[in-house]
Ligand binder design. Structure first.
Ligand code: GLP
Length: 245
């Protein structure tokens, strides 16, 4: 793995945006794996600015998102589909038909998971996957568990994830209890993976994931085994790591 040290969130966002824009400039029809949450927002807004200036062109780019809440329609304001449109897709020159997310309204788990796995296969896999990290080390919505799950699957969110994500909802009881997420194999098969981790609340997860053993109890730790994994982290998130990486 490679570590890129950033000063703060803004610096980390710009460094991540640089990596993504380089990918799109070199391979305009590449497949980007995208993430939600607060972590990638700064990178998205930097990419929007560059796109508006004409420096990055997303017209041929395809995207697959990591996850979606089960039960929320794509137009629900807390759905990840809404998040992606509102914070990124609606402001860049991407073709809406080239953007993909799991459909949270399909309750037939087997049908939706195999459809999404097929979408990823039909695109030829992911060239560059962007990841955040949950406070408990989850990636996408791959929560700590006893085994790594390979393909797209439905997960029960842990109380810690529900609590962390409740800040986006009016009330904790409104946070969906389940989500569809890409599996670990989908993520590991991406040619390159970039993770952004910032803030003191991520310091323990970053330490455990990258200075500890590879274990499904700390899902992000599997990235230690990826041949082209880049961690972009700020000083606060690296507080416990120090010089160990
Ligand atoms: C959610 C998403 C993850 C994201 C995580 C961290 O659970 N499913 O993809 O990495 O939140 O979010 P944040 O970046 O807001 O800390």
């Amino acid at each position: 793995m490679r570590l890129i040290r950033a000063k703060d969130y803004q610096d980390a966002s710009r460094k991540v945006a640089n990596i993504i824009s380089a990918q799109v400039i070199l391979t305009p029809d590449c497949v980007l794996g995208l993430a939600t949450g607060s972590s990638p927002l700064g990178a998205y807004s930097q990419l929007i600015q560059w796109c508006k200036k004409g420096d990055v062109d997303f017209s041929k780019t395809k995207t697959v998102n990591l996850d979606e809440y089960v039960g929320l329609s794509p137009v629900h304001e807390q759905s990840y589909s809404y998040f992606m449109h509102h914070n990124f897709f609606d402001h860049i020159n991407i073709e809406p038909r080239n953007t993909h997310l799991p459909n949270g309204l399909v309750l037939d788990e087997e049908k939706e998971c195999s459809r999404y796995d097929q979408v990823i296969r039909d695109l030829g896999g992911v060239d560059l996957q962007l990841l955040g990290i949950g406070e408990n080390g989850h990636i996408g919505f791959n929560e700590p568990t006893n085994e790594f799950v390979t393909g797209t699957h439905k997960v029960d969110l842990t109380p810690s994830t529900i609590a962390a994500n409740s800040r986006f909802f009016a009330d904790k009881n409104m946070v969906p209890r389940q989500a569809y997420t890409m599996g670990m194999l989908d993520i590991m098969r991406a040619k390159r993976v970039v993770m952004i981790a910032t803030g003191a609340n991520k310091a323990q997860a970053v330490y455990d994931a990258f200075c500890g053993p590879v274990t499904p109890q700390m899902p992000a730790s599997i990235m230690q085994l990826h041949p082209d994994f880049i961690l972009v982290a700020d000083e606060a998130a690296l507080a416990l790591v120090g010089d160990k990486l």
